[in-house]
Design a protein around this ligand. Structure first.
Ligand code: NAI
Length: 213
């Protein structure tokens, strides 16, 4: 496939295509037209065609899209054809909830370790994974081929912890701490702020109430 720069907006839409196609595949659907996909996903058919054209199309005139093929291709683009080992830093409410969420494994994200500074948590297990002290993290990252760290710690220590992780080989950070991390070029950071989604919901709720008046 031809390599070219793909906008983050398109990349941002791929996981949703991937999910819908996965559901279609599970339901035994073998092919789908962009029109049908458009109705299902409530996005325009031209948006779908434009998005897929970034990767050379995938469709065939008069046939539509082969669901299994498209699902695989989008999975490959998203890097889901490989497994990624990940660790969770911060075994509090959020860290444990993420650790307990089994479904990441189906996407190839393997939960390998969990670390915390609180001695009361050491040795406790989250889905069979023991919580370890932070002084074990450097060796663990190196020995277990860990490439992703999930940061669920307070913002006061996140920058410093991220630096240690990156120096020891972490290549990507899924950052839940409410602070911008200062990482070298080439290290991937995805910031997650659940409240952003809630604020969007609040905006739409407000707008809808205004429209009803
Ligand atoms: P929590 O207080 O239950 O857990 C935080 C854990 O981090 C504690 O177990 C603590 O001992 C540990 N910790 C603190 N400093 C550490 C360090 N330097 N290294 C390793 N472990 C350390 O808090 P909760 O509710 O799990 O939230 C965690 C963080 O995530 C908070 O900063 C919170 O603001 C943030 N958060 C972000 C959300 C988002 O959407 N981005 C949503 C919810 C929480």
């Amino acid at each position: 496939m031809e390599e070219r720069e793909i906008s983050q907006a398109v990349i941002g839409r791929l996981p949703r295509y991937f999910r819908y196609l996965g559901d279609l595949k599970e339901a035994g659907v073998e092919r789908i037209s962009s029109q049908e996909l458009s109705e299902l996903m409530k996005v325009t058919a031209s948006q779908i065609r434009q998005d897929f054209n970034n990767f050379g199309g995938f469709g065939q005139q008069g046939y539509g899209y082969n669901v299994d093929f498209l699902h695989k291709e989008i999975g490959n683009i998203l890097g889901l054809n490989k497994e990624h080992n990940l660790i969770v830093i911060g075994a509090g409410n959020l860290g444990q909830a993420l650790g307990n969420y089994m479904n990441f494994k189906n996407r190839g994200f393997i939960f390998k370790g969990m670390f915390d500074v609180n001695p009361e948590l050491w040795g406790k297990e989250v889905r069979g994974i023991p919580i370890q002290p932070m002084d074990k993290v450097e060796a663990f990252v190196k020995e277990n081929d860990i490439d992703i760290a999930v940061l669920t710690i307070p913002k006061t220590s996140a920058v410093e912890v991220a630096e240690v992780l990156v120096n020891n080989g972490i290549k990507a950070i899924w950052n839940f701490a409410h602070v911008d991390l200062n990482v070298p070029e080439g290290i991937q950071v995805e910031n997650v702020h659940l409240s952003d989604s809630l604020m969007k919901l609040s905006y739409n709720l407000e707008r809808y109430s205004q429209e009803q008046k």
